[in-house]
Design a protein around this ligand. Sequence first.
Ligand code: SF4
Ligand code: SF4
Length: 424
Amino acid sequence: MTEYDQNRILSRQQERFDRKGISLTAKMLRQIRELTHMPASLEPFLNTLEQIFALRRDVQRPRGVPTIGTYCVMVPPEIIYAQGAMPVKLCSGSYTAFGIGDDKAPRDACPLVKAVMGFEEIDIMPVYQNCALMAIPVTCDCKKKLAGWLLERRPTSILHVPSNRESDADMEQFTEELYSFSRQLSRITGIELTYSNLVKACRMTSDAQVQLSRFISLRRKHPLIIKGTFSMAVMNAISYTWLPDWTRQLSDLNDELEVLIQKKEMAVKENQPRILLTGSPVVFPNFKLPLLIESMGGLLGADETCMGERGFYDPPAVVDQTIDGMMRAFSNRSTRPCTCPTFTDNDRRIYRIRQLIRDYRIQGVVYHVLRGCLVYDYEYAALEEEMGKLGIPIIRVETDYNEEDVEQLRIRIEAFIELIKYKI
Ligand code: SF4
Ligand code: SF4
């Protein structure tokens, strides 16, 4: 193919993204805003998603701070902030970018990875294009192939994640990976890892975690206070927000929720079925499942996905107050409590889901499987058996990045919600 032909294809893809991708983003945001009882303090989070995906702006951050694209929650943000950069999570939920990446990846690759490849191809998204470095943990086969593909195009740091995480040797290996990532970061920012800059970065993340745990505890005590779609928008927005700004926005939202609680103004009625969403990541703008659940009369009471609360919940447990002690703490925190099914041993996921069911008084589970996401699909059977023991209805929904399955999903979700209503 000549250079002229390649340029023509590229500009057609860019036009398609401008036409379809942006209108889909606008549609998802409109549907979120149309849900009733949206707290006023949610607007800054939606505004961030709009800026990035509809207006195609880069993330806002202090002048001169480079961005580092990360492809999994297992990349510790503390190391990136400590070395003078800002992490942006680039796992993608764009249907249009998926359509473009679909031509590059094998048919059965998952849509999340295809969408990332699509964004790389069209070259018009500042949030992707301006990253000084990509950091990609090798967790599943799709991420492994994506890592190789990115490496050919961009400065990329590949982090090998142990498939088990019980032994000290596994942790040592992952700690070494984090050191190697840190060396690459120093070459970009010119800032070495020091104890004091790590402490400053940990303060930044722990301030955010304080607000997040306040938010979680409000939701736990008052499960009807906010719709889960709004909560997922809050958690998706963290991927593209300078952390102290996100912390302030969440603090404002928490203040507003406390006032609503005092006034006893709940977002949903007591008799609306409370649903837990778990499974493959739900990345904006692919919000069709949360929106379907909440527009069909359910309450998305909690989610167990890595783009939700799970992605930022655990603080590092630092025992040894040295750089090495902190790196080991990040290594532990990124893997040991993680309930991602890419690890071979994963009893803790079922344990965590049982905890969420109890804490949020969940009455049904929607298990999301992105087409081609084998690791999550594998774990469905074990969870189905466990839910059977608890008497909690569960439904497996396989989705792709398009709007074609929305009607079929609507029928299934509606029937599932009716089933729960019938049981309660
Ligand atoms: S699903 Fe697992 S591997 Fe994928 S981004 Fe989330 S935590 Fe990482
Ligand atoms: S864990 Fe699933 S969704 Fe994530 S990259 Fe792998 S296959 Fe895709």
